[in-house]
Design a protein around this ligand. Structure first.
Ligand code: URA
Length: 209
């Protein structure tokens, strides 16, 4: 596994445990996804470049630092990625938000983009794709490719739980893309759900099951 960063911060791990619990209700699930996304966003932005500036305080001149370099964009994969947006923009209120939606063509089994709206200046931004569950890696790899095809060169993938199969697929198709997650689980089951995972993240977020 290359380019995988697992965030083992105790708060993240504790909240992931609550998220996995089948008795966690929709309201709690939503809040947890948002909180974990914010905590993960804190780690994802750890290496943002800084530049020195001078600020006049009431007492004197401080040589101090502000964020420099590329601006951020976040792109949730519809639908479950939407649950991660709120936490990220609480942390990064200036980040622009794009959206991408994919479905699997029943005949070719290939992912098809049915919706994609990115910030106009996406190509100049560091783009973080959001999807809580990295299962087979099919949608994530396709989303990364569709976004790269629109001229974006700096892409990262942030998920909550990853399966080894998904990591392998993204590593193979996009060796340049860093993957951030809170846990790497055991495997996929016959229905491509992550084991033990947390079930269907979209259904649990939106109360559709
Ligand atoms: N998507 C989900 O929501 N859960 C899984 O376990 C796999 C894909």
């Amino acid at each position: 596994m290359n380019n995988v960063f697992v965030f083992d911060h105790p708060l993240i791990q504790h909240k992931i445990s609550l998220l996995r619990d089948k008795n966690t209700n929709t309201k709690e699930f939503r809040e947890l996804v948002s909180e974990i996304s914010m905590l993960m966003g804190y780690e994802v932005t750890r290496n943002m470049p800084l530049k020195e500036v001078e600020i006049e305080t009431p007492i004197g001149i401080a040589k101090t630092k502000v964020i420099s370099g590329k601006k951020l964009g976040i792109v949730p994969i519809l639908r479950a990625g939407l649950g991660m947006v709120d936490g990220m923009i609480q942390l990064l209120p200036m980040a622009k938000v794009g959206h991408i939606g994919l479905y699997r063509d029943p005949e070719t089994l290939k992912p098809v983009e049915y919706y994609c709206k990115l910030p106009v200046d996406a190509a100049e931004r560091d783009i973080v794709i959001l999807d809580p569950m990295l299962a087979t890696g099919g949608s994530a790899s396709a989303a990364i490719q569709f976004i790269k095809d629109k001229g974006v060169s700096s892409v990262k993938l942030m998920c909550l739980i990853a399966a080894p199969e998904g990591i392998k697929r993204v590593n193979e198709s996009h060796p340049d893309v860093e993957i951030y997650c809170a846990c790497v689980d055991e495997k996929l089951n016959d229905h491509c759900y992550i084991v033990p995972g947390l079930g269907d993240a979209g259904d649990r977020l939106f109360g559709t099951k």
